[in-house]
Design a binder for this molecule. Structure first.
Ligand code: PHE
Length: 494
């Protein structure tokens, strides 16, 4: 064995009869002891491309041209050459032969001629490369200098060569390794004391190898939830700590619950096809009979809600249309219709659908966080306090409110949070006190504080991402790379 020669991991593996993984591990250990160094290099593997295989078989086009010229005495009509070489090769051959200074084109009154003007050698470096590569791909580094240059020239021609780049790890012995007392290799080292070693007394002679608890090992990936599920878990915890109960409702919903019961007029733009996914089959569902009349009244003239309503003819047919819920407020109002007496303190974190063009900040299917509180004495101020407390649990301490509008709340507001690290404001939720036009038809007599908003935008901020689609692409590298305590640490729970 030639001593001190660098070895690639593959070569080393072949020599010791183990796999590359074992060599890599040994290399790390040896380099931690300063006995070897490991270098990563790029290795180019050169092979023949489609065109290259043809040239290797029948010669470069310009070589064939020269041969034709020679056998014709050094001069030939271009049109004859074209016939001999074929249209495609002829063009390539003439252009390269001229570029190499082998021929000259002569234009005479009888036509154009090619004339041989150089003494072309027997085998050019480029041709040698083709010949060598006929026997299989070669490492570029193993070719002599002049052939490497020829490779560069050949690779400027389309499909002649195929270059593959490989990363290679080189194991290089250091001087310390060369100086190492070889006798240490002769002492048997054991990693485990066995019964035989003890019984035979052999244990006195062996050397017990030390464990290096810092030695690198291949990473192991523990099971953990998807980042979005981890956030949902945290949101649930925050609500439960505040005394809320979770509710869920159907994804396929009646327009009645999604819009009408929330006092959204039937010509409201949000109902239109560009925002809402309506079902084609079945198209209509059944309404809760006892609520049809009160909701119709609220829309048409306000009924007994103290309002004058929207002043249009409310159509039952429109309310019966089935859709994919566009907000979790549909689920909230469903619940409220069945739970008319205080106290009510419920929340949901669930999926909703909107007909949006998917891009870095929009999805057509996403999640909302939503909650309501109904009580005899609750006020708008309680709502502000609740929201502050809730988001503080998610690590957002700087929350502010600004006026807003929703057809179902009065007053209405919007909560925003300041992101310290990004120096920007993030929209969190819409909120407000349900209007009497919403609560009265349901038979609810007390004030209902309500709020709801997206989960994914909050998730973007917490995970420090800038593309909302990340959550749905299942990029294992990203998911595995996130420590399982990431989120809890980020919101200040750890
Ligand atoms: N449903 C509203 C939305 O989707 C949010 C909201 C919920 C606003 C409850 C007020 C009250 O944006």
């Amino acid at each position: 064995m030639d001593q001190g020669r660098p070895l690639s991991f593959e070569e080393a593996a072949r020599i010791i009869g183990r796999d590359v993984g074992a060599v890599a591990k040994a290399a790390l250990w040896l380099s931690s002891k300063n006995l070897v160094s490991v270098e990563e290099i790029e290795e180019k593997l050169i092979g023949l491309g489609e065109e290259g295989r043809v040239y290797a078989e029948s010669g470069l086009p310009e070589r064939r041209l020269v041969e034709e010229l020679r056998s014709a005495g050094g001069r030939m009509r271009l049109s004859d050459l074209k016939e001999k070489l074929g249209e495609k090769e002829f063009g390539i051959a003439v252009s390269w032969a001229r570029r190499k200074g082998w021929i000259e084109i002569e234009r005479t009154s009888e036509g154009a001629y090619a004339k041989l003007i150089a003494d072309v050698g027997e085998e050019l470096p480029e041709e040698r490369v083709l010949r060598i590569l006929r026997g299989g791909a070669r490492k570029l580094s193993e070719l002599p200098e002049d052939l490497r240059e020829a490779c560069t020239a050949l690779s400027s021609r389309p499909n002649v060569l195929e270059v593959k780049v490989r990363r290679v790890h080189l194991l290089k012995p250091r001087e310390e390794l060369m100086r190492l007392d070889r006798s240490i290799l002769e002492v048997a080292e054991v990693t485990r004391l066995t019964q035989e070693l003890l019984a035979s007394g052999e244990w006195r002679k062996v050397k017990l190898s030390k464990f290096d608890i810092y030695a690198p090992t291949p990473p192991t990936f523990s099971a953990k939830g998807h980042p979005l599920r981890e956030l949902i878990k945290l949101v649930r915890e925050a609500f439960v700590e505040m005394g809320f109960e979770e509710i869920r409702g159907p994804l396929v919903e009646l327009a009645f619950w999604n819009f009408d019961a929330l006092f959204q007029p039937q010509d409201h733009p949000a109902r239109e096809m560009h925002d809402t996914f309506y079902l084609a089959e079945p198209e209509l569902g059944d309404l809760p009979k006892h609520l049809v009349e009160p909701v119709k009244r609220a829309h048409e003239d306000g009924g007994d809600t103290g309002s004058i309503g929207w002043r249009y003819r409310w159509r039952e047919e429109e309310a019966r249309r089935l859709l994919l819920r566009t907000h979790t407020t549909a689920t909230t109002i469903r619940w409220l219709a069945d739970h008319r007496e205080p106290p009510v303190k419920v929340f949901s974190v669930d999926r909703i659908y909107r007909n949006e063009r998917v891009d870095w900040k929009h999805l057509a299917e996403f999640h909302q966080i939503e909650g309501i509180v109904m009580g005899e004495k609750v006020s708008f101020r309680d709502l502000l306090g609740l929201i502050k407390e809730f988001y503080a649990k998610l690590g957002l301490k700087n929350v502010r409110f600004r006026p807003s509008y929703f057809p179902y709340t009065e007053p209405s507001a919007e909560a925003i949070a300041y992101l310290e690290d990004k120096k920007t404001w993030l929209e969190l939720i819409g909120m407000g006190v349900f209007r009497p036009e919403v609560t009265r038809p349901m038979g609810v007599k007390h004030r209902v504080l309500a709020w709801g908003g997206g989960l994914e935008r909050l998730a973007l901020a917490l995970y420090d991402l800038d593309d909302i689609r990340t959550f749905y692409m299942n990029d294992l590298n990203w998911i595995r790379g996130l420590p399982s305590i990431y989120l809890r640490r980020k919101v200040g729970l750890l």
